[in-house]
Unconditional design. Structure first.
Ligand code: MN
Length: 192
């Protein structure tokens, strides 16, 4: 049973002008699909992986198998971390949890943006809930994911160059600023 590229939760032009349809055509249609294809090729060639869930593979595999499996999961989570109706400030329990952990929403926004901009090379910025139930900002390199860190992912921003280069070239901070206009607070609240 091969893994499938999950459907995007919106059309490819829905995040424009913050993220273009052209970026989604490549990022979703080529990069995310590519990770799915490579994962399926690895599973096909290794009977020990047959029948395992994506999460099981991420928690146990190393090397290329881990990289492709984690990138499949991270990207699906990233698409859901954004919405055409997103952005603005959170409300309800997620807003309270952010205030408690970071002082205020604007402090959280600044800290998250700084972490995302400062991640050297390819990776991800995350809002996570740690084992003690506390919210924290983390970054991971390459395919790194909170699933292997005992953390629950709440939101993510992909900071690989392929996420923003067509729209913003090397200006990662401009992409991060645009990403805030798309943040899916309903998704964050559900993960909390
Ligand atoms: Mn990506």
């Amino acid at each position: 049973m091969a893994f499938k590229l999950p459907e995007l939760p919106y059309s490819k032009d829905a995040l424009s002008p913050h993220i273009s349809a052209r970026t989604l055509e490549f990022h979703y249609g080529k990069h995310h699909q590519g990770y799915v294809n490579k994962l399926n090729a690895a599973v096909e060639g290794d009977s020990a992986l047959a029948g395992k869930s994506l999460e099981d593979i991420i928690r146990t595999a190393k090397g290329g198998v881990f990289n492709n499996a984690a990138q499949v999961w991270n990207h699906t989570f990233y698409w859901h971390s954004m919405s055409p109706n997103g952005g603005g400030a959170p409300s309800g329990d997620i807003a309270k949890a952010i205030d408690k952990a970071f002082g205020s929403f604007s402090d959280f926004k600044e800290k998250f943006s700084t972490a995302a901009a400062g991640q050297f090379g390819s990776g991800w910025a995350w809002l996570v809930k740690d084992a003690a139930g506390q919210l924290a900002i983390t970054t991971t390199s390459n395919a790194g994911t909170p699933l292997t860190e005992g953390q629950k992912a709440i939101l993510t921003c992909d900071v690989w160059e392929h996420a923003y280069y067509l729209d913003y070239q090397n200006a990662r901070p401009s992409y991060i600023e645009a990403w805030w206009n798309l943040v899916n607070w309903e998704h964050a609240a559900k993960n909390l």
